[in-house]
Write a protein that binds this ligand. Structure first.
Ligand code: GLU
Length: 310
């Protein structure tokens, strides 16, 4: 990783990032296809950074909870990979999709094997496997986030989960289609219920930066125990870089230069391997579903610091 010289002033870097986020005011739109998300304040912004040495920094609304949505997919994938007996890669690919996150088109052509674990189809397969491995996929994600963040109150927001279920026709269609190809181990209803519960977890930038830190620490958890081999952390970071920002993963890599996962709640977790995990949040989204403010903040952060994986 490229380094700047001199002492690191993380707080100053975060303020630089927040200033860039503020310049995007008025751009983008809050997600409303899940009605419960539409109430988010479009001008909210927060950003947190958790270093591998245990330091924690934040600016703006960094301790305010928001709906993690697809950011949860990074954690469900990681948890499946911690089970030696998983055979996940038989049922899901590792290529960018170049299609909207909830597209049905590709799945039809590719016989029910989703392109990657971060589009909705792939995430449904991941949730299904985590359900088989743990008996409660969403509970496993919640417990991991609680443990890594030290926040025992972190939980699913039942109002958001119910809103997702009520308006989840596309996800239901995807799940039934995948099941029709024999690529789900659990009943469709169970997979959808656990998927909505996982996406509807409410957490803050602080919580998510701390929880994502195992990827900056090459697989080591907050308590120093090993979650996964460094090679699996590398693989997750690689899939995050190529597939983590919907069908704008190329644009995200171009601007930010880090592995990252975004969600329609407006959060993005990004990893600086060997250094830190960051989480930026702003609810207004661009056309593909990435937070306008969070992308601008991460762009400014890596530009000012000179840190990227390239
Ligand atoms: N729960 C959301 C959905 O399935 C997640 C979307 C996202 O954040 O990408 O539509």
């Amino acid at each position: 990783m490229q380094m700047t010289s001199g002492p690191t002033d993380y707080q100053e870097l975060l303020h630089t990032a927040m200033a860039a986020a503020e310049r995007t005011a008025g751009q983008g739109r809050v997600a409303d296809y899940i009605p419960a998300l539409a109430t988010a304040d479009p001008n909210a912004f927060g950003m947190a950074l958790a270093t591998v040495d245990g330091d924690l920094h934040g600016v703006g609304d960094w301790e305010q909870s928001f709906s993690v949505q697809s950011v949860s997919k990074l954690f469900s994938l990681a948890l499946v990979l911690t089970h030696r007996e998983h055979q996940l890669w038989r049922g899901v690919g590792r290529e960018p999709s170049g299609n909207p996150f909830n597209s049905l088109v590709q799945l039809e052509k590719e016989n029910g094997i989703p392109r990657n674990p971060f589009i909705n189809a792939g995430a449904l397969v991941v949730t299904d496997r985590l359900q088989s491995l743990t008996g409660d996929a969403a509970g496993a994600v919640r417990d991991f986030l609680r443990q890594e963040s030290g926040n025992p109150l972190l939980d699913t927001d039942p109002v958001v989960a119910a809103s997702e279920a009520e308006h989840g026709h596309r996800n239901a269609a995807l799940a039934h289609f995948i099941a029709s190809h024999g690529n789900l181990e659990n009943p469709v209803e169970t997979v959808l219920d656990r998927y909505y519960a996982q996406c509807s977890i409410a957490a803050s930038c602080r919580d998510l930066a701390l929880a994502g830190r195992f990827l900056a620490r090459h697989g080591l958890r907050a308590d120093g125990s090993r979650l996964m081999p460094g090679s699996d952390a590398k693989r997750i970071n690689a899939v995050l870089l190529t597939c983590g920002a919907y069908d704008a993963a190329g644009e995200f890599a171009f601007r930010v230069g880090l592995p990252g996962k975004s969600g329609v709640g407006g959060g993005i977790v990004a990893i600086l391997p060997g250094r830190a995990a960051v989480c930026a949040w702003g609810p207004s989204l661009d056309k593909v579903g990435n937070s306008v403010a969070a992308v601008a903040a991460l762009d400014a952060f890596t530009t000012a610091s000179g840190w990227s994986v390239f």
